[in-house]
Write a protein that binds this ligand. Structure first.
Ligand SMILES: CC(C)(COP(=O)(O)OP(=O)(O)OC[C@H]1O[C@@H](n2cnc3c(N)ncnc32)[C@H](O)[C@@H]1OP(=O)(O)O)[C@@H](O)C(=O)NCCC(=O)NCCS
Length: 153
């Protein structure tokens, strides 16, 4: 099945169990995170239920199953002088990769950003995830000199 046969649409609450499965796979790749279905379901519930207009969560579906997802949340950037987008949770089910679904999800997330006057998008990538680096580079994303630091509260 080709990418054009997969529908990309806003996520529904009913999609959350399948999205948790995808995030479990993603957080198994990223060594800073641990899969935890309850936490992922709680976070997705907040995102899917967000009516502020400041976030979007999209899924790719083959009509029966959710095979991919991506989210974006808005920040105010003083560097940009306006809204910027933090892209997260991009994953395509392993058996559906290489068909253009990731590209389609990302391009629809960017279209949403454009409608919100977002002038810069960024994401965090596990330093060892070289495949994701290749994917983003082939979609026109540039490296930065920023590194992520964090403190759990
Ligand atoms: C990264 C990921 C979302 C890409 O999704 P995908 O549906 O397989 O990618 P696509 O088929 O849409 O590929 C789009 C482009 O990226 C390129 N690409 C995809 N994966 C690539 C890889 N591993 N190495 C090099 N190029 C790659 C494709 O060749 C294609 O290039 P083109 O536009 O010139 O034809 C998917 O591999 C994935 O889910 N990986 C595991 C989770 C992950 O790493 N997420 C990113 C976290 S930062």
């Amino acid at each position: 099945m080709k990418a054009e046969n997969y529908e990309v649409r806003p996520a529904h609450f009913d999609d959350i169990p399948e999205m948790c499965g995808l995030l479990s796979e993603l957080f198994s790749i990223e060594s800073d995170f641990r899969p935890d279905s309850q936490k992922q379901a709680d976070g997705l519930g907040l995102l899917v239920g967000d009516r502020s207009g400041l976030s979007a969560v999209l899924v790719a579906s083959d009509g029966n199953s959710v095979v991919g997802m991506c989210s974006v949340q808005t920040l105010i950037s003083t560097a940009q002088g306006g809204p910027a987008g933090l892209v997260e949770d991009l994953i395509v089910r392993e058996d559906c990769r290489g068909k253009g679904i990731g590209k389609k999800l990302l391009s629809e997330i960017i279209e949403w950003c454009v409608t919100k006057n977002i002038s810069r998008v960024q994401f965090l990538r596990d330093i060892e995830n070289l495949a994701a680096m290749e994917f983003y580079a082939s979609n026109g994303w540039k490296d930065t000199k920023l590194v992520c630091m964090r403190r759990l509260l």
